[in-house]
Design a protein around this ligand. Structure first.
Ligand SMILES: [Zn+2]
Length: 233
């Protein structure tokens, strides 16, 4: 059966498989979505399907109000969080969610990940934010939708831009990352996991390790992202 969303589903499928290939998910954990802004829809992994048997045509296409547009399977249980973020941040193209070990460990510790080194500064200039655990009221309500609210509240409260900080931890739960497309969202999940591991080890070696100084933060971020960037080809 031909589908007008074939390319979107393929992008979504490949990003989900990459999440698995990078060792960021086990069993059926995790999910990635990819958006089609022109048609106001996104594709996401179906719920509870192991990666080994996942197929591009299994991806479920929904609009930003969570109506299924195409697909026979039940979408990922986190779908409403993705929809909420797409609806509110109209310039993001992909979202990824994992329960990767070090990212989750920081989330369970309910701590922002301090910026300790240039690996971190190559990607963002601030600590990686950890949103507080959700309130009982939010948990009892429309939980996955409210997870999206929790992320936006965190960015508003900490005065962060989702364009500059493409990752967040939800307290007691785990990370969500995003980017210009699904592949970038997955890339950011791997970066987050690596930085989370490095920060953990740093504190093991020296519990008083100083944060990266501003001059180095600026230097590393600007050479990769600034208007006079010179990193890469
Ligand atoms: Zn989760």
């Amino acid at each position: 059966m031909s589908s007008k969303y074939k390319a979107l589903k393929q992008e979504c499928y490949e990003a989900n498989m990459e999440l698995n290939a990078l060792g960021l998910v086990i069993y059926t954990f995790g999910n990635v979505s990819a958006v089609d802004r022109e048609n106001g829809v996104f594709a996401i992994k179906p719920s509870g399907v192991p990666y080994e048997v996942l197929k591009p045509e299994d991806m479920v296409v929904l609009d930003f109000d969570n109506n299924i547009i195409e697909g026979t399977m039940r979408p990922s249980s986190d779908t409403k969080t993705h929809a909420y973020l797409y609806k509110n941040w109209d310039d993001i193209g992909g979202i990824a969610h994992t329960h990767a070990m070090y990212s989750v460990s920081w989330a369970q510790s309910q701590l922002d990940i301090p910026i300790f080194g240039t690996t971190h500064a190559d990607h963002l200039t601030t600590d990686i934010p950890c949103a507080p655990p959700m309130s009982d009221e939010l948990i009892k309500g429309n939980y996955e939708h409210n997870t999206g609210i929790q992320i936006l509240d965190c960015f508003n409260n900490k005065n962060l831009s989702h364009k500059e900080v493409e990752m967040v931890l939800i307290g007691n739960h785990g990370p969500f990352t995003w980017g210009k497309d699904a592949a970038k969202a997955v890339y950011n999940s791997k970066v987050l996991e690596t930085v989370a591991q490095m920060a953990y080890l740093t504190l093991q070696i020296n519990s008083n390790a100083p944060r990266l100084k501003d001059s180095l933060i600026k230097k590393h971020y600007e050479r990769k992202h600034g208007k006079n960037s010179y990193y890469g080809q």
